[in-house]
Design a protein around this ligand. Structure first.
Ligand SMILES: Cc1ncc(COP(=O)(O)O)c(C=O)c1O
Length: 450
């Protein structure tokens, strides 16, 4: 199979060779690499991407989960062209800023005020600072496997052993105020909340990078009750779930309100510089320089490109469309819930320890001996790590692209139809029929090594 991939992708191979001498690891983000080299993408539209060798793939990475409506919807591009012709970055207040803020306040449950940022990472950083400013406390609780970007204070607990800095160059002091607990475990939260210096609990309502794992019944409600009880702010990191599960994100989908919501990805309508944090006025007004003229009495936020017209135009066009066509979510969620059910059935039929997790269009496929409830189980219960690589290569050759080679995550878009869903299930069924045992995987690995 690896030989077949190389045969189909000679131009990507050559580009990767060049990339390696000018970009560390030959890439701009290590998660975009897979073996032996990634296909370099030249074009994307709707549910599809094309590589520079002319191969076409059903795309389930969707720009890191950004493109809820598929790649490059025409009406978004038109809006951006119109706005860009009047200036790409103004650096002054402009009308769209107010229009989009008003729209988001209407669409997002419990939100009264919002501030735009340049990325999810940045938004999380500001939200956490605000939570600390509001509560006068220092610590934050995050989930094992939770990915909120590489901001120092939250760059811990992403992978086992969960209690060390995730990066060289990150001092222990930077993570000293971060407590890490397993997702879907209310007792662990209860124990952590005994510390009376906790400002916030930050959680992805459906864990993304940790394996597209949803909350067990009652978990988010329990989290809400416990945080109320302890006067701790509940921050929903809706960078992935926002506009994906429902127009109002996970808050709307699960019917649970957070104190602060962090947004990213889709909020920029597919354009870079996508991020925001939002909440009730009572909390957000700590950013208000008119109410708090002394900078040291308020929580700082800003940035050159924040609220730029290009990203806001794209985001405004996308979110208005999604909000005006709320009925789309019913089909969107039910199609991919059905796919998840079918994948779980296939696992049973082939006797392959394999579990599909997630909610709606966020699907995780786990080659684990039991259904993972959180990142810890998703890692501990793996019966093979090689099977993930093998699966990635197999799917690529079937014309299905997703990320990553170590964790199988599928982000569908509304541009993916029944045809794509059927093709995905069929390809996975074929994989299972060929590799329905650990032995088959081992044999393949030996063959590749030989
Ligand atoms: C849940 C979540 N939060 C935050 C981030 C960071 O966002 P960004 O990559 O835009 O900085 C990500 C990125 O994947 C994410 O998935």
């Amino acid at each position: 199979m690896a030989a077949e991939y190389k045969m189909r992708t000679p131009r990507s191979k050559e580009l990767f060779r060049r990339a390696q001498s000018v970009l560390p690891g030959g890439t701009n983000y290590h998660i975009r690499f897979y073996k032996p080299y990634p296909a370099f993408i030249s074009r994307a539209k709707g549910p599809l991407v094309w590589d520079i060798d002319g191969n076409v793939y059903d795309d389930y990475w969707m720009g890191h989960g950004v493109h809820v409506l598929g790649h490059a919807p025409d009406f978004v591009l038109e809006k951006v062209r119109e706005i860009a012709s009047r200036g790409t970055h103004l650096g002054y207040p402009h009308e769209l800023l107010v229009d989009y803020a008003e729209l988001l306040v209407k669409v997002l449950p419990g939100i009264e005020m919002i501030r735009f940022c340049n990325s999810g990472t940045e938004s999380v950083m500001y939200a956490l600072r605000l939570a600390r400013a509001f509560t006068g406390r220092k610590k934050v609780i995050k989930m094992e496997g939770g990915w909120h970007g590489a901001y120092d204070g939250l760059h811990v607990g992403v992978a086992p052993p969960y209690n060390v800095p995730e990066s060289k160059g990150l001092p222990d002091e930077a993570i000293a105020n971060t407590l890490v607990v397993p997702f879907n475990d209310l007792e662990a939260i209860e124990r952590a909340l005994k510390d009376d210096d906790v400002a916030a609990v930050i959680v992805e309502p459906v864990m993304g990078a940790a394996g597209c794992i949803g909350p067990e019944p009652g978990y988010l409600k329990g989290l809400r009750d416990l945080t109320y009880e302890h006067g701790v702010l509940l921050i929903f990191d809706e960078v992935i779930t926002g506009f994906r599960l429902a127009p109002g994100g996970a808050q709307e989908y699960f019917g649970i309100k957070a104190d602060l919501v962090v947004l990213g990805k889709a909020i920029g309508g597919g354009f870079p510089g996508a991020g925001a944090f939002a909440g009730p006025s009572e909390v957000m007004e700590l950013l208000d320089h008119l109410k708090h003229p002394d900078p040291r009495e308020r929580s700082a936020h800003g940035g050159t490109f924040t609220g730029n017209p290009i990203t806001l135009a794209a985001g405004y066009a996308l979110v208005s469309h999604l909000n005006a066509h709320r009925h789309l979510y019913e089909h969107f969620n039910s199609l991919w819930n059905k796919v998840r059910e079918e994948l779980n059935k296939l696992g049973d039929e082939f006797g392959l320890p394999c579990h599909a997790t997630g909610e709606g269009s966020m699907i995780g496929l786990h080659f684990t001996t039991r259904r993972p409830a959180n990142h810890r189980t998703a890692v501990e219960a793996r019966w093979s790590t090689k099977v993930y690589e093998l699966f990635h290569l197999f799917m690529r050759l079937k014309g299905v692209l997703y990320m990553t080679e170590q964790n199988a995550h599928f982000f569908a878009s509304m541009a993916h139809g029944e045809g794509q869903a059927g093709k995905l299930v069929e390809a996975i069924e074929e994989f299972m029929s060929e590799f329905a045992s650990e032995k088959a995987v081992r044999e393949w690995v030996d063959k590749v090594k030989a």
